[in-house]
Ligand binder design. Structure first.
Ligand code: ADP
Ligand code: MG
Length: 369
C-alpha cells in the first residue's frame, strides 16, 4: 500500500476537450477514496491518469515516494504497482480462473508453484476457493467480477483502482459485493480509489469522497461532512437532492427571485453574516415540511410520491419549481394539493459577489459556513 499525491494536475485531450483542471488530492496510505460526479465530470480521466494510461498536460502524480508522472517523467502502467478493475471485467474467456488470476504473477516471473499457492490464497479471499479450474463462461457476473478483483490484488498492489467495478451488477449482488469489497480492502489495509456514479455507494464505502464536476474538484470530505456541510449549492444538489432557489439574503431572511419561496433568517445557515447578498438557497429534502391542504389553499401540487424506508420521497411542483421532499409523517397522493414550509436551509453567496471570477459553476457558490 501507498499514498498517492496529485498536484495541480490538468489534462486536455488532443481534440481540446478539458478532462481535468487543477486537481490537488492527497490520498493517505490505506485510505479508501471514492470519486463521484456527473457523467463527463472527469472521474475516469483522473483514474486513468493515476493508472498511467493518460499523460497529464501539467502537474504531477506521486505514488509512495516515486514521481510517476510530471513534465519529465511518465512511468508505464505496469511499473506503477497498481491493481485495476473496470466495469467490463477484462478476463480471458478461454483461460481457466487460475490462469486468469495468476497472469500478473507470471508476467512478474513468479514460479509455477508459488503462483498456484498465491492464486489459491487470493481466490479464498474473494470467496472463490476451489474455483481454479472453472471456465469463466460457467461463472455468474458477480463471480467473474470477483475473478477480476482477485487478479487485481494477486500481485499485492500498492493501490487498487476501481472504475465502476460494481456498476454492471444487479442489485442484490452489487450490495453483497460492496460489503465484501469493504471487508477485503480494509482487512488488508489497501489504498483504494473507487470511481462510481452511484453517490450512495460512494458515501457508504469511502473514508473520503471527492466530488468532481467539469474536471474540477468541488469538495473533498468525509461522508457526514459532505452531507451536512456541502461546500456549494452544486454539491448539495448532487449528493443530497437539494432544491436550489436563486435569490437574495438580507437581515430578515431569504427571498427568492420570481418565486414565493422565502425563509426567515433564523432558519438559514450561512457565514456571510447579515450583509445583503445575492446567492443560492439550498433546501435539503428532509428540511421541507408538507401538510395536506384544501384544494385552493395549497401552494404546491404533488407530482410523485415514492415510498421510502426513512421517509417517503415526494416531489412537489411549487410554482414551477420541482421541490424534492422527504416526508415521514404521511404519504401524499400524486395530484394532491399541499402546503409547503421550509424548516432549515443553506445559503451560498454568489462567487462573483466575492470577486472570484471563473468559478467551476456559473451559478454555483462558495463555502460559507
Ligand atoms: P466521467 O468518467 O466522469 O464520466 P470522463 O473522465 O470519461 O468522465 O470524461 C471527462 C471529459 O473528457 C468529458 O467531457 C469527456 O467527453 C471527455 N473525454 C473523455 N475521453 C476523451 C477522449 N479520448 N477524447 C476527448 N475527450 C474525452
Ligand atoms: Mg467514467
Amino acid at each position: 500500500m501507498s499514498s498517492v499525491t496529485i498536484s495541480s494536475l490538468s489534462l486536455t485531450y488532443p481534440d481540446g476537450t478539458v478532462g481535468l483542471e487543477g486537481i490537488d488530492l492527497a490520498i493517505a496510505n490505506g485510505e479508501f477514496i471514492a470519486l463521484v460526479g456527473p457523467s463527463g465530470s472527469g472521474k475516469t480521466t483522473l483514474l486513468r491518469s493515476i493508472a498511467g494510461f493518460l499523460a497529464p498536460t501539467s502537474g504531477s502524480i506521486t505514488i509512495g515516494d516515486t514521481v510517476v508522472a510530471d513534465a519529465k517523467t511518465l512511468v508505464a502502467p505496469e511499473k506503477r504497482g497498481l491493481g485495476m478493475v473496470f466495469q467490463q471485467h477484462a478476463i480471458w474467456p478461454h483461460w481457466d480462473v487460475a490462469r486468469n488470476v495468476g497472469y500478473p504473477l507470471k508476467l512478474a516471473g513468479v514460479s509455477r508453484t508459488d503462483r498456484a499457492k498465491r492464486v489459491a490464497e487470493v481466490l479464498e479471499t474473494v470467496g472463490l476457493a476451489g474455483y481454479e479450474k472453472r471456465n469463466p463462461s460457467t461463472l455468474s457476473g458477480g463471480q467473474r467480477q470477483r475473478v477480476a478483483l482477485a487478479r487485481a490484488i494477486v500481485g499485492r498492489p500498492s493501490v487498487l483502482l476501481l472504475d465502476e467495478a460494481l456498476s454492471a451488477l444487479d442489485e442484490p449482488l452489487r450490495d453483497a459485493l460492496r460489503l465484501e469489497l469493504q471487508t477485503l480492502t480494509r482487512s488488508i489495509g489497501l489504498t483504494v480509489v473507487h470511481v462510481t456514479h452511484d453517490r450512495d455507494e460512494a458515501l457508504a464505502l469511502a473514508d473520503r469522497v471527492v466530488v468532481l464536476d467539469a474536471g474540477r474538484i468541488l469538495q473533498i470530505g468525509a461522508p457526514p461532512e459532505l452531507v451536512t456541510r456541502p461546500a456549494s449549492a452544486a454539491v448539495a444538489r448532487f449528493l443530497s437532492d437539494a432544491t436550489l432557489f436563486p435569490g437574495e439574503l438580507s437581515t430578515a431572511g431569504f427571498t427568492a427571485t420570481d418565486h414565493p419561496c422565502s425563509v426567515d433568517a433564523a432558519a438559514i445557515e450561512t457565514s456571510t453574516g447579515p450583509a445583503v447578498s445575492a446567492g443560492t438557497l439550498a433546501v435539503l429534502p428532509e428540511d421541507v415540511q408538507l401538510r395536506p391542504a384544501q384544494e385552493s389553499a395549497g401552494s404546491a401540487v404533488v407530482t410523485s410520491s415514492l415510498f421510502g424506508r426513512s421517509g417517503n420521497d415526494v416531489v412537489v411542483d411549487w410554482r414551477g419549481v420541482a421541490v424534492r421532499c422527504r416526508v415521514a409523517s404521511y404519504r401524499p397522493l400524486v395530484g394532491e394539493n399541499v402546503a409547503i414550509s421550509i424548516g432549515r436551509a443553506l445559503f451560498f453567496a454568489d462567487e462573483s459577489e466575492l470577486g472570484d471570477v471563473g468559478a467551476p459553476h456559473g451559478s454555483s457558490t462558495t463555502r460559507v459556513f
